[in-house]
Write a protein that binds this ligand. Structure first.
Ligand SMILES: Cc1cc2nc3c(=O)[nH]c(=O)nc-3n(C[C@H](O)[C@H](O)[C@H](O)COP(=O)(O)OP(=O)(O)OC[C@H]3O[C@@H](n4cnc5c(N)ncnc54)[C@H](O)[C@@H]3O)c2cc1C
Length: 392
């Protein structure tokens, strides 16, 4: 990070914005850095599998993920550990056929291509994907996909999308969706636009995609028919915690910048660092970051020791805590930098724009809080029922 990322961070970020285009997954300058990272084995650090990845568990990866999160728009890509490729590699590894692994997983693992994940739709509520409208029907050995998606992050320059679409019509809304691998050159895959997000539409983008009678071979189904929700859960568990660990790194860097700026900037007869309001910003940030880190490490440890399903509550909890913590810390850092903080002369503004998505992506805060509360109520009801049964 010190040698290859921070000194060139702004330049690499600009190159990603300027050069990523259909058919261009990474800008040349970044490819150079990526080759160095790969040569040093700093590659696919998120993937616990020994054969395809670095073989680290979630807890071990947490510390590296935090380091990468200090430069969230550049470093994860430099180490081939950026979303949404990370989640796609995980589900291809877990659910892909041998052919899918050879054709789609291996080039992602090697860093030759990028991919995207296409679930959210403009016309239906992404927070409740049982309402998805996109469909795929089998016709002559091919899936014919129709649907309207948006916020398919990274579609510009990607080789393929994994699309979540309805293939079944059962009474169980959680058993109707499937995941299908769609190469971006499949007939009927139309990248409409990169949606402008807070004034930014460059680079890999957050894209609107129209699937119009889009045809892919039947064997592009990932896992089995109707397994979309199960696979989505597998994807989102580690993905959520990776976002949180990166957010902690982002906040840690913002705090460092806030402290240094406060120490150097003089106003009203002394450095900002001596003003109590600013000290409150710094102290609160320190405490909140450390709380979030411990919660995040606890969730990672539970995932490693009792499994992703059993750690669901802790994953939801850290998802909400980290998303809010990073925004609060960034906001304070920005404030202490004054107008400089809002400029693009420091990475703070870009980190703020990037991090804001965390309160929405992979489930909005409100939905996570809803399930956290439901599980807590359920837990205490179960406990009471057990006590009453014992007494009877
Ligand atoms: C930068 C960014 C990148 C993204 N990348 C991807 C991607 O790569 N692929 C992809 O498929 N999607 C992606 N998304 C989409 C993201 O997953 C969705 O925005 C999210 O699931 C919410 O869906 P929605 O936007 O349709 O909001 P809606 O479902 O319309 O929800 C809007 C709001 O309603 C409120 N709400 C919803 N349910 C409840 C409830 N039960 N109780 C109280 N309030 C509630 C919440 O405040 C929520 O934010 C991305 C989003 C962003 C912002």
């Amino acid at each position: 990070m010190d040698e290859h990322i921070y000194p060139r961070e702004a330049e690499l970020h600009q190159a990603i914005d300027d050069e990523v285009a259909p058919g261009v997954a990474y800008p040349a300058e970044l490819v150079e850095v990526r080759e160095k990272a790969k040569a040093e084995g700093l590659w696919n650090l998120f993937l616990p599998d020994d054969e395809y990845g670095a073989g680290l568990n979630n807890w071990q990866y947490a510390f590296l993920c935090e380091e990468m999160g200090r430069s969230p728009l550049v470093a994860p890509m430099a180490f081939n550990s950026a979303a949404p490729d990370t989640g796609n590699m995980e589900i291809l590894l877990e659910h892909g056929s041998d052919d899918q692994k050879a054709r789609y997983l291996q080039p992602l693992v090697d860093g030759d291509i990028r991919s995207c994940f296409s679930m959210t739709e403009p016309e239906t509520a992404g927070s409740d994907p049982t309402g998805l409208a996109a469909t795929a029907r089998l016709d002559g050995g091919e899936w014919v996909i129709n649907g309207h998606k948006w916020f398919t992050s990274g579609a510009v320059g990607a080789d393929f999308a994994i699309a979540m679409v309805n293939t079944e019509e059962s009474d169980n809304p959680y058993a109707n969706a499937s995941m299908i691998i769609v190469p971006v050159d499949a007939p009927g895959f139309n990248l409409v636009r990169s949606v402008s997000v807070m004034g930014h539409d460059k680079g890999p983008g957050h894209c609107e995609i129209l699937y119009e009678d889009c045809r892919v071979p039947e064997e592009n189904l990932l896992g089995h028919r109707g397994a979309g929700f199960l696979i989505a859960q597998d994807r989102l568990g580690p993905g959520r915690i990776h976002h949180c660990m990166r957010a902690i790194g982002t906040a840690e860097r913002a705090l460092e910048m806030m402290c240094l700026r406060a120490a150097d900037r003089e106003a009203f007869g002394g450095p900002l660092a001596d003003k109590q309001f600013v000290q409150d910003f710094i102290a609160k940030s320190r405490m909140e970051i450390d709380q979030a880190r411990l919660l995040s490490l606890n969730a990672a440890w539970l995932m490693d020791t009792v499994g992703k399903r059993a750690a669901r509550q802790q994953i939801s909890m850290i998802k909400v805590v980290a998303a809010n913590m990073v925004m609060d810390v960034l906001d304070r850092a920005l404030q202490v930098h004054g107008s400089l903080g809002m400029s693009d002369d420091t990475p703070l503004a870009a980190m703020w724009r990037y991090s804001r998505m965390l309160k929405l992506a992979d489930g909005p805060d409100e939905v996570h809080k809803m399930v956290i509360a439901r599980r807590e109520v359920g837990r205490f009801l179960k406990k009471r029922a057990a006590t009453e049964e014992k007494a009877a």
